[in-house]
Write a protein of this length. Sequence first.
Length: 395
Amino acid sequence: MRATTGRYRTMNGLFWLFTAFIVLQLLPIADLLPRSWLTLPGDVDPGPSISITPGDTALALIRWLSYGLLFYLCLQVGANRLRSSLFLKVLFGIVVAHAVYGLLLYFEFEDTILFTEKWAYQGFVTGGFVNRNSYATFLAIGATIGSALIGTIIGGATRWLDLFEGRRGQFILILVGLLLIAAALVLTASRMGFFAAICGSVSAFAISVLRLNRRLSMAAIATSILLGLLIFSAVLFLYGNILVERLGSVESAANVRADLYRQVLTMIADRPLLGFGGSSFEYAYPLYHMAPVSFDAVWEKTHNSYLALWVSYGVVFGTIPLAILALSFVGLLRLVRSEGRDDAAVVAAIGTLIACALHSTVDFSLEIQGVALLFVAVVANGLGGLARQTSSGRN
């Protein structure tokens, strides 16, 4: 293996500490713990384990282990510069293909999901996802990857004509892919998804260009303007009015979320140390659900992945995944200052972390496996560069 766990010792230790705690939540040890640690409203019996839904927590454990295994395997890919570059382009191609798939379902197959009638989010592009916001985050990751690839090409050009010498086909393909992703993203009408995509893409593009060419060339300026105009035109042309209309309802949506978050914070305060168990929110929240939060919907998620972690695993252990991501971000920033000219994987990982961190403040996209697996692959591929640094140092 090119990337050993020893090089990522702190993240590895935190991963297994969190895994051990999930296992602890499944064990029948409730009678051994102080009753105040396992509070439930109305004096409801908490059951034999810390988790109020051990079956769902067991599934959460399996998901967590699968993310860890994928992370480890993608580190091996990222540890080789050529494979890392190819893998990043493959991931971008997957997102572009899913964007095309979503557009086809919407325009050619009467707004269906998996070629069958939708039961939710009619009138919006959702691709293979049920929820438009999850699809939007998936697309945002792709947009960030594409921006990093475009930025790397532009940053390495000293003249406008350099863009069309040797890498012309690649540049055009990536640009077309970005436009397809942008079209699908606009048609999701996901407000925060669109904002997160912009933040992630701009960050990736800016870092790529500026770190490779600090004296911004005319090629970079001209291409940046062209790219911005094309994407902006796509936003306006492809049903941009739907997204604009939803922007007008931001305040009312924020009020609804604020009411929900207040009740979720009450849940966290009741079990700050141990939580309710992985993936237990859907079953614990009805005990806290009251007006003014609407009773017309079933609240299966917290609509904030940070709160979801603290509800499920408590404040201490629920912060461990966030600490792992923070360490990843710091490691990627260090790599930005030392990596070679053609390594877009590191920049794409930084932009992806920014985009997903933002969207996770108001939604649950990273709690959906289809998004989480792509997220893990992109970040791990970028972090593989740390193993390259170690190898270079030993040599």
